[in-house]
Write a protein that binds this ligand. Structure first.
Ligand SMILES: [Mg+2]
Length: 213
């Protein structure tokens, strides 16, 4: 038996550890749009196109707003994530078994913030299985897919060699920088990416990948 060459696992949070279409994202989106209209006084009819523009040019609505408005980022993040997660998530014993099957240290690598990450992990019953969270604050003024944050993430988790790391993510356009650094990449969901070494429909297939055998 050969040992898996993987020493560290970086996992995206939203849409990766639970299905993208379970309603959480829709509620967060509604809260983002409400905040943009009520607090930043952006005309509601222009908001969907503005968010799409920010997603493509900055990676997240947050970063676009930071560049273009006098945004209180902490207040914004606290507001958009202030949702009752128990309506959408419950402890996921199958996911827990999949993660326990993988002995490598695991880290969250997310464009969201640490508080939101901890609430999601707690709702899924897997918060004790992670060694750290590399979040939007740790990335300072960038976010995935800016190439710099992938290098910062490797430093954060203490991984010297990108080729010993696996990056697991549901947003296809976040994969290329990890792939170019030499990390193993796993795309979760129904998207496609030429930068994905593996594509799985759900996170439950992660521990069965040849990479870990
Ligand atoms: Mg995601």
């Amino acid at each position: 038996m050969t040992l898996s060459p993987v020493t560290h696992i970086l996992l995206d949070l939203d849409g990766t550890l639970y299905p993208k279409d379970n309603g959480i994202w829709e509620e967060i989106s509604r809260r983002m749009e409400h905040y943009m209209a009520e607090v930043l006084a952006i005309p509601p009819a222009t908001i969907p196109a503005l968010r799409q523009n920010y997603f493509l040019n900055y990676g997240t609505t947050l970063r676009g707003l930071q560049h273009n408005y006098n945004l209180d980022s902490e207040a914004y993040l606290a507001y958009v994530h202030d949702i009752d997660l128990s309506r959408y998530l419950e402890p996921d014993s199958r996911l827990r078994r999949v993660l326990l099957d993988l002995p490598q240290p695991k880290f969250i690598f997310t464009n969201a913030d640490r508080d939101h990450s901890l609430r999601i992990l707690t709702a899924l019953g897997i918060q004790d299985l992670f060694n750290g969270i590399f979040d939007v604050w740790a990335m300072q003024y960038n976010n995935k897919p800016h190439p710099e944050v992938y290098t910062q993430a490797l430093d954060f988790i203490g991984a010297g060699d990108p080729s010993s790391c696996v990056f697991v993510e549901d947003t296809p356009h976040n994969l290329p920088p990890a792939h170019e650094l030499g990390m193993h990449t796993v795309l979760v969901g129904t998207g496609t990416s030429a930068a994905a070494d593996y594509t799985v429909t759900t996170i439950y297939e992660l521990s069965s990948l040849p990479l870990f055998r």
